[in-house]
Structures are given as C-alpha cells and as structure tokens.
Design a protein around this ligand. Structure first.
Ligand code: VGL
Ligand code: ZN
Length: 197
C-alpha cells in the first residue's frame, strides 16, 4: 500500500492558550514529527477561516458552543478561531511543516464550515484532497491531530467512505469532548470501518 500521514489542524488556536484550545493539544506534536519518516507522503491540513465566518458564534450574536441550523444541517457555533493569516491559524512552532508534501486549507468558504479534509460540511463540496491522493496512488491514510471528535473524525469517516484504508492513531490525537462528541465520534469511525489504533 502507498500510505500517507494526514496531520489534522495542529494549529496554535487548538493548542493550550489558543482560541479553541484542546486539552493536551500541544503534547502530540513531538510524536507526530517522529511518525513522518514512516510514511510515503505527509499531508497537513490547516483550518483557515475568513473573519466573520458563519461558524463563529460572534457572527450570530450567540454563545460559543451553542448550536444553530445551517442550510446544510446543524452546526456548532465556535469561538472565533483560525482566522486567515493570524498567529492562531499558524501551525504549532514545533510541527515539522517543512516535511509536508501538501498543505490543504479548509473552512475558507464564509458560508460553510469544513471539518473534513475531503468535503465541506454540506458533504458535497470537495476540497480536492481525494483527487490528490488518488493521482499519487495513495490508498491508505493514517490520521493524527486535532480534534479527535471533529476534524479528525469527519476526515477519517469520509476517507473510509471514499474507499481508502483508514487508521486513526488515537494516541496522537486530542479531543474537544463536548456533549458526548468523543463517544459519538468513536462510534461513527467504528461504523465506517476506521481502525482506531
Ligand atoms: C475544528 C472545530 C472548528 C477541528 C475546526 O479542527 O477539529 N473543530 N474548527
Ligand atoms: Zn474551524
């Protein structure tokens, strides 16, 4: 198999001190760096929202972590995070960004959030990652990064549905774990045929 390491959203805003900090988000960075040499390709994703993005609670006069209904379905309203060009959107300083073959940005469409590295939250608008993987002959992906229950989960489930062989290295992921989201994510990944290692 030709196997890619898919490093999801290891960005300052998801690390302690960031706008949407995930507990222990920074702890996984050395372990992720150490994995890179074991794969045929290293791909990073970068959450990359314009200011005033529709997934921000501040755009709806709503409380962060409340829910809203979007044309494409229910959406968690997040604190402002990963705004294009800001330090919060930058990768953690210790992540070996120079080792990446590809950096794929997502969440740039003001009207649609994008948890998955493959499709926006409408589940139909592609990011282009599927085509990149296929044209490079990559048939297996291992996911690591942030957050287990959102962007890692959605990316892993989509990869499995697209026919890739998918592993999530849970030791190199950390979760937001809000309203049962981590348990729901584990179930969704399991049902999609994702290997949780
Ligand atoms: C993420 C919430 C909002 C993630 C991104 O990377 O898991 N979560 N944007
Ligand atoms: Zn986001």
């Amino acid at each position: 198999m030709t196997h890619a390491l898919l490093v999801i959203d290891v960005q300052n805003d998801f690390c302690p001190g960031g706008a949407l900090a995930v507990a222990g988000g920074d702890e996984i960075v050395p372990g992720i760096d150490a994995e890179m040499d074991k794969f045929d390709a290293v791909i990073l994703t970068q959450d990359w929202h314009p200011a005033g993005h529709s997934s921000f609670a501040s755009s709806h006069d709503a409380a962060p972590m409340s829910m809203t209904e979007m044309p494409y379905g229910p959406q968690v309203l997040w604190p402002d995070h990963c705004i294009q060009g800001t330090q919060g959107a930058a990768f953690h300083k210790d992540l070996l960004v120079d080792r990446a073959d590809l950096i794929i940005r997502k969440g740039y469409n003001p009207a649609i959030d994008s948890y998955s590295a493959f499709f926006e939250n409408d589940k139909v608008t592609p990011t282009g990652l599927e085509g990149y993987l296929r044209t490079r002959g990559i048939d297996a992906v291992t996911l690591v990064g942030l957050a287990t229950d959102f962007c890692v989960n959605y990316s892993a489930v989509d990869a499995a549905r697209l026919g890739f062989t998918v592993t999530v290295n849970t030791g190199l992921c950390r979760a937001i774990d809000f309203n049962g989201s981590l348990q729901a994510a584990r179930t969704a990944m399991d049902e999609a045929g994702v290997t949780l290692a």
